[in-house]
Design a protein around this ligand. Structure first.
Ligand SMILES: NC(=O)c1ccc[n+]([C@@H]2O[C@H](COP(=O)([O-])OP(=O)(O)OC[C@H]3O[C@@H](n4cnc5c(N)ncnc54)[C@H](OP(=O)(O)O)[C@@H]3O)[C@@H](O)[C@H]2O)c1
Length: 292
């Protein structure tokens, strides 16, 4: 079983490579090997993928606010690149893992979204990710679309100053008081857990292709997540809950985009979000190993 990871140095790609390469032959491709916006990107990728059985696509345009301005680039990376990749892999019997997001939903449903709920994105990023999902499911029969949310991982997101947890810790050490939105709810997820789920699917030879929600169990607001992290670390900054209206951003955000992960639990049991955060803090050596 030969595996190739695209976007191997991103937040998720880093953990996927670290985990899978312990047991399986894995090729790690980064922007140095191919630029997903190049006209001839698939000609460039083809030789890398010839002897590959499984492709894991972690390439994406992930800056939700900037996507409102850079629509064409976001569409190229999140929709056209997966479309071309799925078209190329779909003509062989290769398996494609494609990563998507809770932001394909508006957050207006009022309960955690299941895989078969109808997507209705409210920002450019979500629309481009949905277009990528549709293309992958249409063109590559052997596909897994893993929808995840609120990712945090040791590498931090590519091109950003840090993930939400890292940012909250940094700001709480710099300031005595922080304002955090309490009316956007998600399922915070550790990239290592997504990587473990991918490994479980590959090793288990799972053949039930389709969409899976790959998120931690439970959900919380960004305020609750910040509060949990600071309490776990004993950092005493004041946290002030604020509404999204007080924090205007270029892109609209779903208010309740938690994903229901019961479908994947048949093959892989995702942890509670609090346990996922604890493991992350231990990996970052901010909590003692093995401690409670
Ligand atoms: N972050 C979240 O909270 C979140 C939430 C839900 C879903 N997701 C989804 O999860 C997946 C992984 O997210 P992440 O946080 O790991 O993102 P990330 O850290 O931003 O990683 C994106 C990867 O794409 C690569 N890339 C970007 N433009 C490229 C180009 N033109 N050519 C080649 N490679 C390019 C980046 O390479 P460089 O390092 O060279 O830029 C990086 O390796 C994405 O599909 C994202 O939509 C993320």
């Amino acid at each position: 079983m030969h595996i190739t990871v695209l976007g191997a140095d991103g937040q998720l790609g880093t953990d996927v490579i670290d985990l899978l390469s312990k047991a399986l032959p894995v090729k790690a491709l980064t922007r140095e090997d191919f630029d997903a916006t190049d006209r001839d990107v698939f000609g460039r990728l083809r030789p890398f993928l010839e002897d590959t059985d499984v492709v894991i696509n972690c390439v994406a345009y992930t800056d939700v606010d900037k996507a409102e301005q850079e629509k064409d680039l976001a569409y190229r990376l999140n929709a056209e690149f997966p479309e071309g990749l799925a078209g190329m892999l779909g003509t062989s019997d290769k398996i494609l893992f494609h990563i998507s997001t809770d932001y394909v939903f508006s957050g207006r449903l009022g309960r955690p979204y299941r895989e078969d709920d109808v997507p209705d994105p409210i920002n450019v990023y979500g629309k481009t990710k949905l277009a990528g999902e549709i293309a992958v499911s249409r063109l590559c029969p052997r596909h897994f679309i893993f929808r995840t949310a609120g990712l945090f991982g040791k590498a931090g997101p590519s091109g950003k100053a840090g993930n939400f947890i890292d940012t909250i810790i940094r700001l709480a050490r710099e300031r005595s008081s922080l304002r955090v939105v309490d009316d956007q709810v998600t399922s915070p997820t550790h990239t290592l857990d997504v990587a473990r789920a991918i490994r479980a699917f590959i090793e288990g030879g799972i053949g039930e292709y389709g969409i899976f929600n790959v998120v931690s169990k439970g959900y919380c607001s960004w305020y609750e997540l910040a509060d949990y992290v600071l309490r776990r670390l004993g950092i005493e900054a004041e946290l002030v809950p604020v509404s999204s209206d007080e924090f205007p951003r270029p892109a609209a955000r779903p208010r309740f985009s938690s994903l229901d992960n019961s479908k994947i639990s048949k093959w892989y049991n995702m942890p509670r979000w609090q346990d996922a955060v604890d493991e992350y803090l231990r990996i970052k050596m901010l909590l003692p190993k093995g401690g409670q």
